[in-house]
Design a protein around this ligand. Structure first.
Ligand code: UD1
Ligand code: CA
Length: 458
């Protein structure tokens, strides 16, 4: 089999995005835009990828750092797509026979389409295969000019096209399979005598003809795949398509979505079968969710591990947390980074956790802050409990051992340890360690002044 490398053009700024961030680094369902075409090329069987970067090239390089299959070429000045490919050529692996060229701003191309195109290219023996699409309104695209035998003779850009050429609806999608040796020769011959004064990659088609070599078109089965992103309107449209693909794949694999159009799941998130996802849910990063979970309205789950049978109730936010089997969270709970909830834990409404380990079966059902703490199993944390972890300078640890009962409205002033099986009376401020099996009580005795209210009125 021929060795295939990809060249991905991504040097342009993308001025129509009206952004301080280079176009290809705008996030799309998780990763930056450029990650999508790169993944599609690699999944299609390409051995290596050369990314042509220019504007904010260091951001693109940083994102792909540590990936040996991805190389970079810098195009300092954007002199055209032909010039961009010329910049990439020295970075291609020596063994490359065939080059797949695509753009960093067409994230909807699938690996299936690219591998079918590569197969068609290999089979036809053409020196160059151009992906094409037919549009009712082809404005702005390069037009495909074919001979009577159906071979592609040349591609004419919108700005250079005659009125007859502008009437052609078959357009250049900007994706090419081309034999490397020919590409190298042809790119060296490119000029910039055209309406935009650019080195057009598309002019290599004419050179193939001049050498008596064949250039064929590969009509894309679904024209939606070649949608380019130029502005934020297209960014949103493309994001919707990518998300609906992600959701579809999850549903096919056994996840129920009440209204999939209103569910926002990043690429790379995994969800087990028989889990039900309600509308308005956002699940991002490296999140893994198990089977038979329920994720209710408005939940936001970021880079968290959630085991089987967990219920995340409405409006809860879960960030970089580890949640074991059959835990119940929320409504409106906030698990922050470093929270680990053992099996059968219950975290109720308006409870916030941070850097806390909670043992099996323990409960904090209402209005509580648990931070920098280790909590044992079968502990009951009463309503309004606060771990006072911060003295204004440093954070301190609270340790609550197994089977402790913490009454309502308790403050635990860290560092402090509550020994196993103790009881903290409601309203207590715990400032000293509590030995096991004890009662801790720090309330001011209640005074009842009988008749006081009546006397005051009089
Ligand atoms: C190009 C094609 C056109 C095709 C269209 C499909 C040429 C001359 N024209 O036009 O036939 O219909 O794509 O979308 O190739 N880029 C660089 N360096 C440059 C110029 C561009 O890296 O010097 C990158 C851009 O960042 C972008 C891609 O190449 O990702 C395409 O460039 P763009 O200027 O948008 O090409 P089009 O004018 O759309
Ligand atoms: Ca252009």
């Amino acid at each position: 089999m021929a060795a295939i490398s990809a060249v991905v053009l991504a040097a342009g700024m993308g001025t129509r995005m009206k952004s301080g961030l280079v176009k290809v680094m705008h996030p799309l369902a998780g990763p930056p835009m450029i990650a999508w075409p790169v993944a599609a090329a690699l999944d299609a069987g390409v051995d290596a990828c050369v990314l042509v970067v220019g504007h904010q090239g260091e951001k693109v390089r940083d994102y792909f750092a540590g990936r040996p299959e991805i190389a970079f070429a810098t195009q300092a000045e954007q002199l055209g797509t032909g010039h961009a490919v010329a910049c990439a050529l020295p970075e291609l692996p020596a063994a490359t026979d065939t080059v797949l060229i695509l753009c960093g701003d067409t994230p909807l191309l699938t690996s299936g389409t690219l591998s079918a195109m590569l197969a068609a290219h290999a089979q036809s023996g053409a020196v160059l295969t151009v992906m094409t699409a037919s549009f009712a309104d082809p404005f702005g695209y390069g037009r495909i000019i074919k001979g009577a035998d159906g071979k592609v003779l040349r591609i004419t850009e919108q700005k250079d096209a005659t009125p007859e050429e502008r009437a052609i609806r078959e357009v250049n999608a900007g994706v090419y399979c081309v034999e490397r040796a020919f590409l190298q020769r042809a790119v060296a011959e490119l000029g910039n005598d055209n309406a935009q004064g650019e080195y057009y990659l598309t002019d290599v088609v004419r050179q193939a003809g001049a050498e008596g070599l064949t250039c064929l078109s590969y009509p894309v089965p679904d024209a939606e795949e070649i949608t380019g992103v130029n502005d934020r309107v297209q960014l949103a449209e493309v994001a919707r398509v990518l998300r609906s693909r992600i959701n579809r794949e999850l549903m096919v694999a056994g996840v129920t979505m009440i209204d999939p159009q209103a569910v926002y799941i990043d690429r790379g998130v995994s969800i087990g079968r028989d889990t039900v996802v309600y509308p308005g849910v956002t699940i991002t990063g490296t999140t893994v969710i198990g089977e038979r979970c329920v994720i209710q309205q408005g939940a936001i789950i970021e880079s968290s591990q959630i085991a089987d049978g967990v219920v995340v109730k409405a409006g809860s936010v879960v960030e970089e947390a580890v949640v074991h089997e059959e835990v119940s969270i929320g409504p409106m709970a906030h698990l922050r980074a470093g929270s680990e909830l053992s099996a059968h834990v219950k975290i109720g409404n308006f409870v916030e956790t941070k850097k806390v380990f909670i043992g099996e079966g323990s409960k904090a059902s209402h209005l509580t802050y648990l931070g920098d703490a280790t909590i044992g199993r079968d502990v009951n944390i009463g309503c309004g409990t606060i771990t006072c972890n911060y003295d204004g300078v440093r954070k301190h640890q609270t340790i609550i051992e197994d089977e402790v009962f913490v009454g309502s409205d308790v403050q635990l002033v860290a560092p402090v340890t509550v020994g196993r099986n103790s009881l903290i009376a409601a309203g207590t401020t715990v400032t000293k360690n509590v030995p096991p099996d004890s009662l801790a009580l720090s309330r001011v005795p209640q005074v009842n002044k009988e008749g006081w209210k009546k006397k005051k009125k009089a």
